[in-house]
Design a binder for this molecule. Structure first.
Ligand code: KIV
Length: 262
């Protein structure tokens, strides 16, 4: 998978299937099942580390898991999350930590947030590091946002979201994750951009979908968000569940429209 191919898929209206991944064994399985993009999400702090948020994840944790995924995958595009505190200080700090993740095997790094991330996005992309933005609900700001809440619910919030999405793309972001926004808002953002928009809890009109791997396999220690579907329940193997997810995303069968929100 290449960035060029992901953009071509977006332009052709071919849905992009994304899952989080944290280790080599699953990377190989997901790769063989046709998952286009593996996101080494900082959700690993919660699903692997048992934390209540992503805030304690470090660059070292991310580099270790990115390396594991990169060794297991041979086809998929690999995106690594920049963890909380690794890009907030300055573009130079973001560059230093992004280099660590790229050297660990990432093809692209993901940063959460709007306006204030623009200088870092520009700085990284100008230096040859592909960047994915992340708007809507941003888990690293869970406390500031007052919990797991749907974003983009007022006219003003939608305007701001659209502007920030356009600004991120203008600053050089080559992909955008949009989390927990109403389906019609996600559709507007996707139409407004020429880069792929990957939705999670954002309806079916995005260029692709992402889920946390453990959630879609029903391995969830807490309460699963409402937008999650357990693909293992109707399949008798993990490989079968992953293939079903890829097929359902590609065919536009997942998500079902009413299944957004927590
Ligand atoms: O860390 C993660 O798993 C993510 C997804 C929720 C998009 O950022």
């Amino acid at each position: 998978m290449t960035l060029h191919r992901l953009h071509a898929m977006h332009s052709a209206g071919e849905n992009i299937a994304v899952l989080t991944c944290y280790d080599a064994a699953f990377a190989q399985l997901l790769d063989q099942a046709g998952v286009d993009v593996l996101l080494v999400g900082d959700s690993l702090g919660m699903v692997v580390g048992g934390e209540r948020s992503t805030l304690k994840v470090s660059v070292d944790h991310m580099a270790y898991h990115t390396g594991c995924v990169a060794r297991g995958a041979s086809l998929a595009w690999i995106v690594a999350d920049m963890p909380f505190g690794s890009y907030q200080q300055s573009p130079a700090q973001a560059l230093q930590n992004a280099v660590t993740l790229m050297q660990a095997g990432a093809h692209m790094v993901k940063l959460e947030g709007g306006d204030w991330t623009i200088p870092a996005v520009e700085f990284l992309t100008e230096r040859g590091i592909p960047v994915c933005g992340h708007l809507g609900f941003t888990p690293q700001s869970v406390h500031a946002l007052g919990g797991y809440r749907i974003q983009g619910r007022t006219e003003e919030a939608v305007e701001q979201l659209l502007r920030q999405a356009r600004d991120l793309a203008k600053a050089g972001a080559q992909m955008l994750v949009l989390e927990l926004v109403p389906a019609e808002v996600a559709a507007q953002v996707t139409q407004a951009l020429s880069i792929p928009v990957i939705g999670i809890g954002a309806g079916r009109s995005c260029s692709g979908q992402v889920l946390v791997l453990h959630d879609m396999l029903g391995i969830n220690s807490g309460v699963a968000p409402r937008f999650v579907k357990n693909f293992l329940a109707a399949n008798n193997s993990i490989a079968g569940a992953i293939r079903q997810y890829v097929e359902d995303v590609k065919e536009g069968r997942f998500p079902e429209d009413q299944l957004h929100g927590y």
